[in-house]
Design a protein around this ligand. Structure first.
Ligand code: UT7
Length: 326
């Protein structure tokens, strides 16, 4: 029996509302007595703008928009899906999963649907899980979505975090194929580092207990991110028996342009092969990798036959890489 592979046959993206520039955000924050500037944000992070959702928008609606674009690109009907995996840390509600709400919105009744919680690594985790499920032969068409409205868990009085994040969603359609496709995937976590990036609050007895806002030790996250992105890339390329030079496009989680540059330098990947969207979107957590992939597919940079390395890193601490031949 020939081996089953997983192929990415469509990508999609959705960005809410309108772009908010650093200058506009700095003005809004100044009204609250929070001091920041376009110069600080650009020089420390590379971020120039981010998209922020209106209060009425839900993560499921944003995810469904990206999913519809990916289904259209793949030429796949929602009713033909048999699996939906959605990565988010900002779900619509505690339960049911946001994936189930998206399934209903798309009219994909019957497809298995569940959420993955791996923060900024969530999309890469979801992709690896869906790939493994397709390779069993039981599931043939899957949707993997990263969707976030991080603006809702930001403390707008904390300048060390609130300028960094944005809202958005990205999605891919996966189909069983006779040729690769996804060449390899590796996931990791280190729960002992959970405190360096977390939203620790919980709902108990009808009230939020603990801190409901995102908190981060930026420098600790920075150092860990560069190290694990490097080791994870090397691990997946070695699994696939390919050298680093075989990477045509590197798409790491878009947290900070300095992390992307340091990772590329450490790996020996030319900066021209790194897809960069953090300048336009800010850090959109689980949505950042599929948003960047969709952009690079649609603008023609990612072409058939090329090797693309997708990488996640974030709260948990979690990280992982997926190598795809397009
Ligand atoms: O997706 C999750 C992954 N998250 C990340 O990857 C984030 C990783 N970390 C980072 O990207 C960086 O550590 C940051 C961008 C968060 C911070 O950059 P940094 O170069 O590590 O700055 P810092 O924390 O050392 O702060 C330098 C100064 C401090 O002032 P003092 O103590 O030197 O007087 C901060 O108070 O910058 C100040 N500062 C700000 N100033 C203006 C911090 N935030 C701001 C701000 N505007 N928004």
């Amino acid at each position: 029996m020939s081996r089953i592979w997983t192929s990415i046959t469509g990508t999609g993206a959705a960005l809410p509302g309108r772009a908010v520039s650093n200058a506009e955000l700095a003005l809004q924050l100044a009204e609250r007595g929070v001091e920041t500037s376009d110069e600080w944000i650009v020089s420390r992070t590379g971020i120039r703008q981010r998209y922020l959702a209106d209060p009425s928008l839900t993560t499921s609606a944003l995810g469904a928009s990206a999913a519809r674009a990916a289904l259209e690109a793949a030429g796949v009907q929602a009713a033909a899906l048999d699996l939906i995996v959605l990565a988010t840390s900002t779900p619509d509600q505690i339960f049911p999963s946001t994936a189930c709400l998206v399934q209903d919105e798309l009219g994909a009744g019957g497809a298995a649907a569940f959420d993955v919680q791996a923060v900024c690594s969530g999309f890469v985790y979801g992709l690896a899980i869906a790939d493994a499920m397709i390779r069993t032969g039981v599931y043939r068409r899957a949707l993997v979505i990263g969707a976030e409205i991080f603006s809702r868990i930001l403390d707008w009085s904390d300048r060390t975090t609130c300028v960094l994040f944005g809202d958005g969603a990205g999605a891919v359609v996966l189909e069983a194929a006779e040729t690769p496709g996804i060449l390899g995937a590796r996931l990791h976590a280190d729960g002992s580092q959970s405190r360096i990036l977390c939203t620790a609050g919980r709902v108990t007895q009808g009230a939020v207990q603990g801190d409901p806002f995102l908190r981060m030790d930026g420098q600790a996250v920075f150092k860990l991110a560069v190290n694990v992105l490097d080791s994870s890339a090397r691990e997946v390329m070695a699994d696939a028996q390919l050298g680093i030079e075989a990477i045509d496009w590197l798409i790491p989680h878009q947290a900070n342009v300095r992390i992307l540059s340091a990772t590329a330098r450490k790996l020996g990947v030319p900066e021209g092969k790194v897809i960069l969207t953090v300048d336009q979107h800010g850090n959109t957590s689980a949505a950042s990798v599929p948003l960047a992939l969709d952009l690079a597919v649609r603008d023609g940079r990612v072409r058939p036959g090329q090797h693309v390395l997708l990488q996640g890193v974030g709260g948990g601490f979690t990280w992982g890489s997926v190598l795809v031949r397009f």
